[in-house]
Design a binder for this molecule. Structure first.
Ligand code: AMP
Ligand code: MG
Length: 323
């Protein structure tokens, strides 16, 4: 049973316990989870039925709390001053001490952050005392919900609660702006018009279309990196055996023997645990493998059930040939 809540303190307590709570904002309802908690973040993808991991926006009670997790330059500070709380999401570099689980950011070095403009949600965020990761609170492939009833229509029984907050006044998603490069790039048009942003930071770039990025043969080009993490070491999938000069991304109770380094996504064979540990594991094996002079990473199969499908999707992308 999904509960309907009026009290932000109850919503915050559930979030701190690792439960999923949908929350109102001025744009659409978000599906919230404690962004520090890998299992809670994995549960978001499972509840939405997403077949792949997109980076999620992290929601904060204030610009100060957001900028404790990411590096904000003068542009970010000016935009936050002007538009927060409000429908603007800023993509910024993670701080080294950033505690947001890597799955929430799909393994990227960047993080999308926002302070939403809804009094009840701001109260909930303040009481939660941590970033709350939240995509739109709908099943994958359905339209974004702008009322608690819409949320329940898609997610009843799949999430712990909905914080009731009336109808969303803006009704379209937040504008997403990438500030990780020298020029600000509009990644997604949304609630704050591009012209209003340009009045603060000057002319905006548009993202490199994926096709153009592929044509320049560089999977490392900015357009691809927006949604894609890949280790430096080559990644080999569906390994049946592993060599001593390879690192092993294992799954299940019987990791292949003989690898030069080992990270087990889930010794118990749990796909949700594997999702929560995927990006941390790839990063750890990549660093350990390079330190030890290993040649690559071999990945064992993860079953395509539940979040396993999304794990496979990300592994396929991480293993794609690079230019
Ligand atoms: P939604 O999950 O529907 O709220 O959409 C989130 C949007 O923010 C998507 O368009 C994501 O691709 C984008 N986004 C989130 N995090 C990042 C990031 N680190 N880099 C680039 N885009 C991001
Ligand atoms: Mg969405």
């Amino acid at each position: 049973m999904t509960r309907l809540l009026d009290d932000p303190a109850e919503a915050a307590a559930l979030l701190r316990d690792g439960a999923l709570v949908a929350f109102p904002s001025e744009t659409v309802y978000g599906l919230g989870a404690d962004a520090w908690n890998g299992a809670a973040v994995a549960a978001v993808f499972a509840a939405k039925g997403r077949p792949h991991f997109n980076p999620l926006i992290c929601h904060f009670a204030s610009a100060d709390s957001a900028f404790a997790e990411v590096v904000a330059d003068a542009r970010a500070q000016a935009l936050a001053e002007r538009f927060w709380p409000g429908p603007l999401t800023l993509v910024l570099p993670r701080r080294p001490e950033c505690r947001v689980n890597l799955l929430a950011g799909a393994g990227l070095d960047t993080l999308a952050v926002r302070v939403p403009a809804h009094p009840r949600t701001l109260a909930m965020l303040g009481l939660a005392g941590r970033p709350i990761a939240g995509p739109s609170a709908n099943r994958s492939g359905q339209v974004s919900p702008t009322s608690a009833a819409h949320v329940l229509a898609g997610l009843e029984g799949r999430i712990a609660a909905v914080l009731e907050g009336g109808d969303c006044p803006v009704g379209v998603e937040s504008t997403v702006l990438d500030l990780t490069g020298p020029g600000a790039v509009l990644l997604r048009p949304g609630g704050v018009p591009a012209a209003a942003i340009e009045a603060v930071v000057g002319r905006l770039g548009r993202p490199v279309p994926l096709a153009a990025a592929a044509a320049t043969q560089s999977l490392r080009s900015p357009g691809m990196m927006l949604s894609h993490y890949a280790p430096d070491l080559p990644l080999r999938l569906a390994a049946q055996a592993v060599r001593a000069d390879e690192a092993l991304l294992a799954f299940g109770p019987r990791p292949l023997p003989g690898a030069g380094a080992l990270w087990n996504l889930s010794p118990a064979g749990d796909v949700a645990e594997a999702a929560a540990r995927l990006f941390a594991g790839l990063r750890w094996l990549d660093a350990a493998g390079r330190r030890l002079g290993l040649r690559g990473i071999a990945a064992m199969d993860v079953p395509a059930e539940g979040l396993g499908e999304a794990v496979q999707d990300r592994l396929l992308r991480a293993a794609a040939p690079r230019g």
